[in-house]
Write a protein that binds this ligand. Sequence first.
Ligand code: FES
Length: 225
Amino acid sequence: MRTEPKSRFTLFYGNSENDRIIFREKLKEFKNHWPDRLDVHHILSKGVDEDALFNGRITATKAKELLGRFITDALHKEFFICGPEQMMVNVSEALENMGVAKSHIHVELFSTPVATEIKKEAPSQSTGDFAGTATVKVIMDGREHILQVPANGDAVLDVALDAGLDVPFACKGAVCCTCKARVIEGQVEMDMNYALTDGEVADGYVLTCQTHPRSANVTIDYDQH
Ligand code: FES
């Protein structure tokens, strides 16, 4: 904003729900500071806006609708996409289908070939066919909290947040490593891992935003970050 005073910016920002919007207050500040140069549109996967366009995940269809409604002269704009890989693919495809040149589409892709390899190896932490609800003991700041976490539901991080725990997170996309913790009891499985090394995974470290229990009892220690 400061270095390109003649540019205007429109941010389509996906999060799960209003009180989990990362940098929400900072964005408000920016919007107040540059009301004519910055537009921010929040799309919430658990949103309940009366306009359904702002609820749900950013699919190719939704991206097309958002662009059609808020972006004029799209063929002459520059687009910057960052976030979960499938969302980036969806939005890129929507833009290309609209005729936007590839040279105008900029993607911040975290999933390097090395990371993909790590991702494939992540499920090796898992054993057994546990599919029930696990008792997960979360240790944080020296205190223990007991959570009930379904094997096939939300990740441990989301369940902890829903329970009111102040667990650390940022991207929720297996990239930033903010949610890292160590499994000291039980079996777990990660959906994705673009951040931990093979050695860390072997030592029991997990990205809790991607972690699901695979045994009836699991203990996860955030203090061993
Ligand atoms: S919150 Fe970023 S890797 Fe989990």
